[in-house]
Design a protein around this ligand. Structure first.
Ligand code: F6P
Length: 360
């Protein structure tokens, strides 16, 4: 029986990847298995194969370390998405070559840590005969089958900290401050951080907005003697009838790069209200640094459960946080359809109840 497993990290990085690598290697070692970590995403399985042995020395200190010691890629041969999230099938030759790499190393199973793109690839590899288990990663929290992906809480903590800082400077200068956050086509980061950071306006992709409503909220605050306003804009937020704002032209075999909506909103607000307005783009700060305690815990739970699934040969599954416990769903059910914010969901209702404008 094979006593070796592999792990691969794919797509954009986020806090907690190393914590998952550590949890998987530790849980595997307790079963007497060796863990190989493939370098540079799935490409590490191709010739010349590139991997490291994740023994106790290699994983020491990983729980709190940002990024991934294995490296990752959201472009190249294994990029799964193009344009605004359209899926891309991998050529059979590439699937064959990957399977050869897996077999040559006599692995019992492969743990694939990734978001929608990397797990779509995992599903294709699974259908091609590679025994795979997925772990849901992304700051965007847009994967079905799990209430939370790891990395999300750390990104929200970063965005909330930014709002706390913008709050005091906005108040000192009687300004409108716009904070643009990541999240692609889902407004989870904007909504959670907006509520946690006391934003006055939160603009998310799921609720197209209009500038009149945003300007009305600013004027209402002025009338109440509140001379400053905090606005959180998700990078995928759109005006009613408008399109996404991108920061780079279309690139071959890559997803569109969103970005710039914060500046658009800021200039419209200044024009319509006459209020001095500034924009802050949080960008990749949301993806760097140590994971929060919640993410470290989630990563440990996910990693340990992934190894249990490999032990049970329960492949083609993605671990997930469901209700108050860890579980698993078919990877096919988790990918290809984004988990977005319900416009009538609890947190949107809470925001409205607190007088936060969603711009609609
Ligand atoms: O999916 C994670 C994410 O950080 C998105 O929120 C963001 O739109 C995108 O990746 C940025 O990708 P890149 O690092 O390639 O610019």
């Amino acid at each position: 029986m094979n006593s070796r497993i592999g792990i691969v990290t794919g797509g954009g990085d986020c806090p907690g990847l190393n914590a998952v690598i550590r949890a998987v290697a530790k849980a595997a070692a307790r079963r007497g298995w060796e863990t190989l970590g493939f370098l540079g995403g799935y490409e590490g399985l191709l010739q010349p194969r590139r991997y490291v042995r994740l023994d106790y020395t290699a994983i020491s200190g990983l729980l709190l370390r940002g990024g991934t010691i294995l490296g990752t890629a959201n472009r190249g041969k294994f990029s799964a998405k193009t344009g605004h999230g359209e899926s891309r099938g991998l050529p059979k030759k590439l699937l064959d070559e990957t399977k050869r790499g897996f077999k040559a190393l006599k692995l019992r199973g492969l743990v694939s840590v990734g978001g929608d793109g990397s797990l779509s690839i995992a599903q294709q590899l699974f259908e091609h005969g590679i025994p795979i288990v997925g772990v849901p990663k992304t700051i965007d929290n847009d994967l079905e089958g799990t209430m939370f992906t790891f990395g999300f809480d750390s990104a929200v903590a970063c965005a909330t900290d930014a709002l706390d800082r913008l709050h005091t400077t906005a108040e000192s200068h009687n300004r409108v401050m716009v904070l643009e956050v990541m999240g692609r086509y889902a407004g989870w980061i904007a909504l959670f951080a907006g509520v946690a950071g006391g934003a006055d306006v939160i603009l998310i992709p799921e609720i197209p907005f209009n500038y009149q409503s945003v300007a009305a909220k600013i004027r209402e605050r002025e009338r109440q003697g509140r001379k400053f306003t905090l606005i959180v804009v998700a990078e995928g937020a759109r005006e009613k009838g408008g399109g996404f704002v991108t920061s780079a032209g279309p690139e071959k075999n890559r997803e569109a790069r969103l970005g710039g909506m914060g500046a658009v909103v800021a200039s419209q607000i200044e024009k319509r209200t006459g209020k001095e307005t500034r924009v802050c783009v949080l960008g990749h700060l949301q993806r760097g640094g140590s994971p929060t305690p919640f993410d470290r815990t989630l990563c440990s739970v996910f990693g340990a459960h992934a190894v249990e699934l490999v032990a049970a040969r329960d492949f083609g599954k993605m671990v997930g946080w469901q209700g108050a416990q860890v579980g698993a769903v078919n990877i096919s059910e988790a990918v290809g359809r984004l988990k977005t914010v319900g416009p009538d969901g609890n947190l949107v209702k809470t925001a409205r109840a607190l007088g936060i404008s969603l711009g609609d």
